[in-house]
Design a protein around this ligand. Structure first.
Ligand code: AMP
Ligand code: MG
Length: 422
């Protein structure tokens, strides 16, 4: 008997999932393993940067007052009493008309309040004693890099939940974070179901297709910051699917299956969830593609039954799995970033349900325009590769025209959205 399913709005489905979003975990890692990870603690300036006043140039540290009145006709001669490179500290304190030769990054010697660049002086030697001639006056503070001018001790410079980019790496090193707390990427198991499926290394056979979804999901999980594990293919056989899913549920934070969630004779996933005693959060969503997307949970694990149709599978992941992974990575904006763009072609199809069209953005005269990426069916795989966003058209509408302003969800953006795209 065909089971009757009741579609719920996309927003409601996401809200139900987000109630179960769970807690992120942290682990201690070495700085050399930090690139691309997510901070599990705020990165705080542990001291001022720079930690001391220093010279930003190769030149001479001087007492500005000694140059007052200096000009090309009345140059001032200063005695060079010491030379210091970066990493050294001057041992002498210059007195009247004395200077210290200083290299970029070296600490400003006591008693000095300005630096004259090497190119601006004439150097000479008298009886083995170096001197410089300065032909203009300098104000106190000229050419100094001040303690704390870059960052003040105690400032939070990168927040828990931020991705560690090369700049964050530099800060970790600056403040001596040899080890740091990083978010643990949620472990996501991926099963493909379907007796028709072959792997990329298999030759095509009559009636069979290659399993593209599991590999696509693997990459989607990685892009979202999770740790994907391919668990292989399951045949359309209830007992086999049940056993495999039950066993895997012990080892993962999230478990995704693709295929087998429709109402066909071999769509066993709804029965698998029932047998597992998992609570079904929804099994029909008012969206195209992917209306059969199902989510269930038991204890701490979330089960996703994504459609087998590639475009529907892709969409279900981005809407329902990504924000959970991102939340467990401490993101405060876990959803796809939403912007607005202008349709660059007519879209005449009616939208009984909210429609997510795989699309491509382009930038013209500072405005974002968006166009559907081609073959637009839930079974489409070719248009996915050419997409960098979804056009989101509300349910109950039709007849969008070229030039209309529409909502656009970005697949890749370092900044996500909070939940505000109703
Ligand atoms: P299902 O959701 O199992 O009814 O499958 C819907 C459609 O998606 C069918 O045409 C399947 O052959 C296809 N399909 C299912 N799983 C995959 C997969 N892993 N990769 C590519 N296509 C798939
Ligand atoms: Mg199937």
């Amino acid at each position: 008997m065909l089971e009757k399913r009741h579609p719920i709005p996309v927003a409601e489905a996401i809200a139900r999932i987000m109630k179960l979003k769970g807690q992120g975990k942290t682990e201690k890692i070495h700085i050399d393993k930090a690139y691309g990870r997510v901070l599990g603690e705020d990165l705080t300036a542990k001291h001022d940067v720079p930690p001391f006043d220093r010279s930003p140039y190769d030149g001479f540290a001087i007492r500005a007052e000694d140059t007052s009145g200096a000009s090309s006709s009345q140059p001032v001669s200063l005695k060079v009493i010491e030379e210091i490179g970066a990493g050294s500290v001057a041992s002498k304190v210059p007195g009247e008309n004395e200077a210290i030769r200083i290299m970029t990054g070296a600490a400003l010697p006591k008693g000095c309040d300005a630096v004259v660049m090497l190119e601006l002086v004439q150097e000479k030697e008298e009886n083995g004693q170096p001197y410089i001639t300065v032909k203009r006056s300098f104000q106190p503070g000229t050419n100094l890099s001040y303690k704390g001018e870059d960052a003040k001790e105690g400032t939070v410079l990168a927040k828990k939940g931020e991705r560690i980019n090369p700049g964050v790496h530099a800060l970790l090193a600056t403040f001596g974070y040899e080890y740091l707390q990083a978010a643990v990427p949620p472990k996501v198991g991926i099963f493909a179901t379907g007796t028709e499926l072959l792997e990329p290394g298999d030759a095509l056979e009559p009636g069979k297709i290659r399993n593209s979804n599991a590999h696509m999901l693997f990459a989607q999980v990685q892009r979202a910051g999770g740790e994907p594990v391919l668990l292989g293919k399951l045949p359309d056989h209830l007992e086999t699917c049940y056993k495999a899913v039950k066993e895997a549920s012990q080892q993962f934070d999230l478990l995704i299956t693709t295929g087998g969630v429709s109402v066909g004779d071999f769509d066993y996933m709804p029965e698998v969830y029932e047998k597992l005693g998992a609570e079904v959060l929804f099994n029909k969503v008012a969206m195209r593609p992917g209306s059969v997307t199902t989510a269930a949970h038991k204890d701490n694990i979330v089960f996703y039954g994504l459609s087998g149709n590639p475009s529907a599978c892709f969409t279900g992941f981005e809407l329902f799995v990504r924000p959970v992974i991102q939340t467990r990575l401490f993101s405060e904006k876990p959803h796809l970033k939403k912007i607005q763009g202008r349709l660059s072609e007519d879209f005449a199809k009616p939208n009984p349900f909210t429609r997510f069209i795989r699309s491509k953005m382009s930038f013209e005269k500072d405005a974002v325009t968006v166009a559907p990426s081609g073959f637009n069916k839930s079974s489409a795989v070719s248009s996915l590769a050419a997409s960098d966003c979804f056009i989101m058209l509300p349910g109950g509408t039709r007849g969008f025209q070229r030039g209309d302003l529409v909502d656009v969800l970005l697949h890749e953006s370092s900044e996500g959205s909070q939940w505000h795209w109703n």
